[in-house]
Design a protein around this ligand. Structure first.
Ligand code: GLN
Length: 486
């Protein structure tokens, strides 16, 4: 039995019926991670001791029949930008290489309370800046489907660990596609929830007004289960909705007949890989067979999505990253420092990688007096237009369907010399974050033997429909069950 590749609910049954214990499962997962991960490099830190301790506690709950949740005893991995008390949290940056948080993120606490077992922290583009995981200060992560290809970014480690069976779910973070794009590249299901649905407390901020924590799983059902656990109001994050969390699995299995899909015409333009386009067309036909109504819709401001996203990202990130100055968190370089400014400069010069520096400089420029109105303010106004595009399109249909990426995973090194090329690979995923709407990426086939991702975009707070419609597709297809031969 290949335990790492089972769904959460399959393992839950094995645990409930005592066919396996969480300690056995955790030991097997850790062993597999130590054996296989040196080929993939998905983990920055493997938390052996903590995992075994959490597994022992989970087994106690299972033995007593107390506090059992669907995640009790299930091994998971977490992107290394989410705070874990006592466990190094690096953002894959030199500046936080040895930073050990003194508190847990709300998501970390919720998963611990649910009895999930943390196997380790996963590699990412430094501070979430990138689309290939190649901006990690530590090492590149490889795509388990082809080790010469990128896993996508920035949550590349979390997706690769899932795909290679080194955990049973993982937690990523999506500021502009960082859950969906690697999920698409690695044949995993992943969701960016509605902005404000999941607490960001303890998430090391990239863009506070875009950032969303979201799960990666084997299928839509599992994704609903994990989101239900981590979502909800948090007194420590005032941007979270003060609304009850619905049962995200509630509509799963209900017929999708008569529901409507909008196909945004701006997302189907030249430049898309032929195999990606044909997979998406095939998925549309699958939905038609299920009785869904498909119609074309327009998101007319799509052409501004990428520049607006990046401009606002540069601005907010440059401000958020000001806190890393050598006097509070992580690295401090003070060689013969003349004054405190010298400590700031030396630490940041040494601690940040090239992409982070590039974005901080561009952000500081966009926010500076004289340019603020022309760039930052203008971009905020266009952001409202992007949001209205989604509201209008989604007022006529239940969900939108689009590719997750224009291509499948590209080769390691292929885009590193041209930042603009790299930014362009985000073309389909970035607009949802300024707009705040939820989006689910699902495995939808293969092109040249590499996974293709399809994205379902929903109305604010309507994750339920995404899971219902995503699950309906996964009942008709088995792309999500395909595994790399690693
Ligand atoms: N590719 C996006 C970027 O580089 C990903 C950001 C994210 O979602 N963390 O900004």
């Amino acid at each position: 039995m290949q335990l790492p590749n089972l769904t959460i609910r399959e393992i839950h049954q094995l645990l409930l019926t005592k066919k396996i214990s969480s300690v056995e499962l955790t030991q097997a997962t850790l062993q597999r991670a130590h054996e296989i991960d040196p080929k993939i490099n998905s983990y920055v830190t493997i938390t052996d001791d903590l995992a075994l301790e959490q597994a022992r506690q989970a087994d106690e709950c299972l033995a007593k029949g107390e506090n059992i949740t669907p995640l009790t005893g299930i091994p998971f991995a977490m992107k290394d930008c989410i705070s874990t008390r006592g466990v190094r949290t690096t953002c894959s940056s030199k500046i936080l290489k040895d930073y050990v948080p003194q508190y847990n993120a709300t998501v970390t606490n919720k998963l611990a309370d649910a009895g999930a077992v943390l196997i380790g922290k996963t590699n990412m583009d430094e501070f979430g800046m990138g689309s290939s995981c190649e901006n990690s200060a530590f090492f590149n992560t490889c795509n388990p489907w082809d080790l010469t290809c990128v896993p996508g970014g920035s949550s590349g480690g979390a997706a690769a660990a899932m795909s290679a069976g080194l955990c049973n779910f993982s937690i990523g973070e999506d500021t502009g596609g960082s859950v969906r794009m690697p999920a698409g590249f690695c044949n995993v299901t992943g969701i960016k929830p509605t902005y404000g649905r999941v607490s960001r407390y303890g998430l090391i901020a990239l863009v506070s007004s875009f950032d969303c924590i979201g799960p990666m799983t084997r299928d839509a059902y599992d994704c609903a289960t994990v989101l239900e656990t981590i979502a909800g109001h948090d007194q420590y994050d005032s941007t979270t909705f003060n609304l009850p969390v619905p049962r995200y699995t509630k509509n799963i299995g209900k017929s999708v007949k008569g529901m409507t899909i909008g196909i945004p015409k701006e997302y189907f333009v030249s430049g898309m890989e032929a195999g990606v386009e044909s997979s998406i067309q095939e998925a549309i036909r699958t939905y038609e067979k299920l009785g869904m109504v498909v119609r074309e819709v327009s998101l007319p401001n799509t052409k501004y999505a990428l520049p607006v996203y990046y401009l606002l990202l540069f601005a907010e990130a440059s401000s958020n990253l000001a806190r890393f100055d050598g006097t509070r968190f992580g690295l401090s370089v003070a060689d013969n420092a003349k004054d405190v400014l010298d400590i700031y400069l030396q630490t940041r010069r040494e601690g940040f990688g090239d992409e982070v520096k590039r974005r901080i400089m561009l952000g500081a420029y966009a926010l500076s007096a004289g340019y603020y109105d022309a760039y930052y303010l203008k971009a905020q106004k266009v952001r409202t237009l992007l949001r209205r595009d989604f509201e209008l399109a989604l007022s006529a249909v239940d969900i939108l369907l689009a590719p997750t990426c224009p291509t499948t995973a590209f080769k390691l090194g292929e885009k590193t010399s041209d930042p603009l090329e790299m930014y362009l690979s985000d073309i389909y995923v970035v607009a949802t974050n300024p707009a705040g709407v939820p989006a689910l990426s699902l495995p939808a086939g293969f092109s040249n033997n590499m996974p293709v991702g399809m994205q379902l975009i929903g109305k604010h707070l309507d994750e339920q429909s995404l899971f219902q419609i995503g699950h309906a597709y996964q009942q008709e297809t088995d792309w999500h069950k395909k595994l790399p031969s690693i």
